[in-house]
Design a protein around this ligand. Structure first.
Ligand code: NAP
Ligand code: ZN
Ligand code: ZN
Length: 348
């Protein structure tokens, strides 16, 4: 068994600390990765602190993984030893339901296996994530990486990237469309880059006036301070699509009047408390509130390939694993530009 070590949460209130565990040898269609970089998603914080009520401890978080293949089973065809590979939020699914057969493994009717804190379908252990030295995964759930990109900045594409790419594509962000992105954090800044790159007129909403210049640099056509009533009113009935990437409770009723007739507000942010909104803000204009979760394996590869062609990566602050607890605190203060990525060589 490959010996593994990383950083784990042991309960909802304590800091993450070094943790030893083991993973299986790779099976016939599996690879073992040496983890090079792992992004720090706000979901890692929600999960480690049991804010969604589904934590399993000890928990090694991390689902934005870029690594080097150090072992491969005899049936692996997509990778060879030495290749760079990436793993996102899901690492298995039933592989036979209709969504799995369509390549929408994230909507598996039997439930996809998450990268950490879930029973593993193969060996029954609890999955341990990418804040660790290695990872074992079936090649179906691993992706090839455009290696000319900065790998530290590629890691966040595996969650923040696909989670914003998928709804922007589904709802047709592109020329002639006006798209709003709410919250300039890890997800939000990727949503902004993608929406701009796809050709939509893109407006960034933020609670942080200090992020205005960055939002413009990242591709925003306009930036709106959401606490400023006049700036918000000026956007009334103008959006085809608004992507809400906020991690904390906030007022959806502030955004619904900004949609055009038949417009959609899509939630990807997952504050622990359920949102509420006035039905009157939906009925006049037949508006929709919807949600979206990461993306399937083919769509994730499509997004990575697009990033390779268009030189799109996350804006990252690279940290050693020893700073992970500080990084969590800074996430809560909206103090990250715009994703932390752990350099896993710091584990040694
Ligand atoms: P993040 O980097 O911490 O960014 C969240 C942003 O939300 C902040 O930068 C801030 O933007 C805004 N915000 C924070 N607190 C706020 C408040 N009290 N009121 C209004 N705005 C506030 O987090 P992330 O990693 O992007 O994740 C965002 C959310 O998406 C999390 O809840 C995460 O769990 C969820 N998520 C969902 C999926 C999915 O598949 N649906 C996948 C990954 C993550 P401004 O400073 O610009 O206001
Ligand atoms: Zn995530
Ligand atoms: Zn399935």
């Amino acid at each position: 068994m490959p010996s593994s070590h990383g950083y784990a949460a042991h309960d909802a209130h304590s800091a993450l600390i070094p943790h030893q565990f083991s993973r299986r040898e790779p099976g016939r269609t599996e690879i073992t990765l040496e983890v090079l970089f792992c992004g720090v998603c706000h979901s890692d914080l929600h999960m480690a602190r049991n804010e969604w009520g589904n934590a399993l401890y000890p928990m090694v978080p991390g689902h934005e993984i870029v690594g080097r293949v150090i072992a491969a089973g005899s049936g692996v065809s997509k990778f060879k030893t030495g290749d760079i590979a990436a793993v996102g939020v899901i690492i298995d699914s039933c592989r036979h339901c209709a969504p799995c057969n369509r390549g929408e493994e994230h909507f598996c009717v039997e439930g996809a296996t998450l990268t950490y804190a879930m029973p593993d379908r193969v060996d029954g252990s609890i999955t341990m994530g990418g804040y660790a030295n290695n990872y074992v995964v079936d090649e179906r759930y691993a992706h090839t990486v455009p290696t000319h990109l900065d790998l530290a900045a590629v890691a966040p594409l595996l969650c923040a990237g696909i989670t914003t790419w998928s709804p922007l594509r589904h709802w047709g962000a592109g020329p002639g469309k006006k798209v709003g992105i709410v919250g300039l954090g890890g997800l939000g800044h990727m949503g902004l880059k993608f929406s701009h790159s796809l050709g939509a007129h893109t407006v960034q909403f933020t609670t942080s006036e200090r992020k205005r210049e960055d939002a413009l640099r990242l591709g925003a056509d306009d930036v709106v301070l959401s606490s400023d009533d006049a700036q918000m009113k000026a956007q009334t009935s103008s959006f085809d699509f608004i992507l809400d990437c906020v991690s904390a409770p906030h007022q959806l009723d502030d955004y619904l009047p900004l949609l055009k007739q038949d417009g959609t507000l899509c939630l990807v942010g997952l504050p622990p408390e359920p949102p509420s909104f006035a039905p009157f803000n939906l009925i006049g204009g037949r508006k929709s509130v919807s949600g979206s979760m990461i993306g399937g394996m083919p769509e994730t590869q499509e997004m990575l390939d697009y990033c390779g062609e268009h030189n799109i990566v996350a804006d990252v602050e690279v940290i050693p694993i020893q700073k992970i607890n500080e990084a969590f605190e800074r996430l809560l203060k909206q103090d990250v530009k715009y994703r932390f990525t752990i350099d896993m060589s710091s584990l040694k």
